[in-house]
Design a protein around this ligand. Sequence first.
Ligand code: HEC
Ligand code: HEC
Length: 367
Amino acid sequence: MQTREEKELVKAVVRVSRYLICIAFICLACIVLTITALFDTGQTTTSHPKVTDNTSSPVSPVVIPPSVETISRAIPADAWKAPDTSAIPGGKAGEMIRYGKELIAHTANYLGPQGSIAHISNGMNCQNCHLDGGSRLFGNNYASFVSSYPKMSNRSGRVEPATERLVECFNRSLGGTSPDTSKKEIQAMMAYLKWIGQGVKKEQKLFGNATEKLAFLDHPADPVRGKQVFTLKCMSCHGKNGEGLLTADKKAYVNPPLWGPHSYNDGAGMYRIINLAGFVKNNMPYGASYQNPQLTDEEAWSVAAYIDSQPRLHRDQHNDWMNLDKKPIDFPFGPYTDKFSEKQHKFGPFKPIAEAQKSQISKNHKL
Ligand code: HEC
Ligand code: HEC
């Protein structure tokens, strides 16, 4: 027979063991969760930017702690992929494609202020904004460009040939003038653009086209907050005054300018903050990607607002957007068909403007 004390002791031992088993279970669960989480991040951090070849190659990405959780943003398996450059044909046709690719990657060496062919642009490269030669998802890629032309330009109100679109980027993003469209340079760029967009059908919807359309904020994008983001995450490469960093021979940029006389002018696509915020979210600081963004949406919107509030060259745009209904909602120069101010068209909030435009267009359709 057990004494009363012995019985109590056994009970206590049983109770303690129960607790220990519980704790062991909790620990096991924690270990399993941690391992699963590690596997997840492993999958989303595999993509690294390809740093391209020669002189005007960007510097290697700086490691800046991300201000966003790395949420898995999956890329669909059937997403568009640029054809492999090793598949560029030989002969004359291949030569033109290769030359076009080179002109897009290193525009400044040929057409910049010290270019070998002409001095007609601000020193930026097409590739500064059309990343990896226009092959990057959400990096202003050229996938659907050729298949969509000739098309009605909402900006000019005319049906335009594809070459005209290149001229626009020369005049606005490269703040200069374009070589004559019959010249070898434009023909070579066109050959490359045709090659990269091969197999894409007219009006085919592609994942990763142009820039990501971020969710609209319910308040104006804030340049003051944007300045803080810029100082912390952009200035090290793009310079205190957004002036960029030139190569040692000063012929091209290692890091392109974001504002000032050598950057895109106020007629460029990047002067519209919906484009700029979407570009920055998916590609900047250099090394960020769709799967691995480094900024919250709010940070991307505010840094875009800051950059597009800085001084840059002005382009007379009073002949643009003759059809006001088709004017992009973030085009920061009036007149408009709605009652929102230029300021709201520049910084948002965009939701009410988008809604007003939608109802205006459906009204026009009914007439
Ligand atoms: C400062 C950034 C920037 C630079 C530099 C730039 N572009 Fe662009 N480009 C854009 C943006 C943004 C768009 C699309 C937005 C818009 O304008 O609607 C665009 C659109 C285009 C398109 C139309 C794409 C399509 O699918 O419809 C072509 C083609 C193009 N650019 C070619 C060029 C060429 C060629 C150069 C160099 C001579 C160049 N770009 C330089 C920012 C730039
Ligand atoms: C590690 C250096 C680095 C950092 C940091 C960086 N960038 Fe860039 N940025 C680049 C390079 C290099 C390019 C050109 C990419 C190319 O040519 O392939 C570029 C291109 C750009 C462009 C398009 C070209 C232009 O000059 O308009 C914009 C806009 C831009 N960066 C904005 C930003 C913003 C906003 C930040 C901060 C959130 C940032 N960048 C941080 C290196 C950097």
